[in-house]
Design a protein around this ligand. Structure first.
Ligand code: HEC
Ligand code: HEC
Length: 214
């Protein structure tokens, strides 16, 4: 798999750079917690920008959402052959610190330059802003401009198109296993057809993530 190969190659480069983070200490943690993000940046990019091969953007994503995602990978309740073994080696404190760190990062879009048809991008915008007969507007849950809303509704702006396509397919596979709860992303994804998935992914990959604080 080319994603893995290129990640491993980058890992070798970054292994020597040694990125150590000292996140904010909370009242519960008196000693500074040092978290090593070297493994993460090898795939997710130096500032958590993600990669066009299907690695999600972490920069500016909600910290609670990411921390929870990591615990789901660790528990095996969220599928990913890549992330599950990585998360298994992380403690709760590691997950929290890494999530906090990446949520405060700023990073450029990584998948905006790839040639995508303007019609596809426009169709994606239409779906995100207004929805369609079969599905509610993406931004009705993910907030305007896809900037996310709290820990439950992740930011979706600026995600590489391949990640969005893969993730929506994963939700669809889950919906086939058991009928999804209304209002969940599994239920939403089950309604989407392939052209809507392609369109949403094309649009979101070109959309800059403006975080709440900006
Ligand atoms: C070998 C490449 C690789 C490495 C190393 C890696 N990741 Fe990932 N990560 C991925 C891929 C690919 C996904 C998408 C998984 C999926 O949903 O199918 C992902 C997903 C995630 C997600 C979920 C994001 C979202 O928006 O749904 C988080 C959070 C995350 N990784 C954090 C980390 C952290 C923290 C580290 C370091 C401890 C790390 N990753 C190391 C490749 C990697
Ligand atoms: C009814 C509310 C709702 C609507 C409408 C909705 N979503 Fe979601 N979406 C969610 C929730 C909740 C999650 C978090 C699911 C999880 O992590 O298990 C999510 C997660 C996602 C993710 C994964 C993000 C990540 O970082 O892992 C993507 C991609 C996504 N939605 C895309 C879309 C698109 C595209 C649309 C419009 C076609 C859409 N969503 C409409 C509620 C919604």
């Amino acid at each position: 798999m080319s994603t893995l190969t290129s990640c491993r190659m980058t890992a070798i480069i970054f292994a020597t750079a040694g990125v150590f983070l000292a996140p904010h200490t909370t009242s519960a943690q008196t000693a500074a917690v040092k978290v090593d993000a070297t493994t993460c940046v090898a795939c997710h990019g130096m500032h958590g920008e993600g990669a066009p091969a299907g690695v999600p953007r972490l920069a500016g994503q909600d910290a609670e959402y990411m921390s929870h995602a990591l615990s789901m990978f660790k528990a095996g309740t969220r599928a990913s052959a890549i992330m599950q073994p990585i998360a298994r080696n992380l403690s709760d404190t590691d997950m929290r610190a890494l999530a906090d760190y990446f949520s405060t990062q700023h990073a450029p879009l990584v998948d905006a330059a790839a040639a995508k048809s303007p019609q596809l991008v426009l169709a994606g915008k239409q779906l995100a802003v207004a929805g369609a007969a079969n599905v509610a507007a993406c931004f009705s849950c993910h907030a305007e401009q896809g900037k996310g809303n709290g820990a439950r509704f992740p930011a979706i702006a600026g995600q590489p198109a391949t990640f969005v396509v893969n993730r929506l397919h994963e939700f669809q596979a889950r919906a086939k296993g058991q009928s999804p709860q209304p209002g969940t992303m599994t239920a939403v994804a089950a309604m989407l057809d392939e052209s809507q998935i392609e369109a949403a992914a094309a649009y979101l990959s070109q959309l800059t993530l403006h975080r709440n604080s900006e």
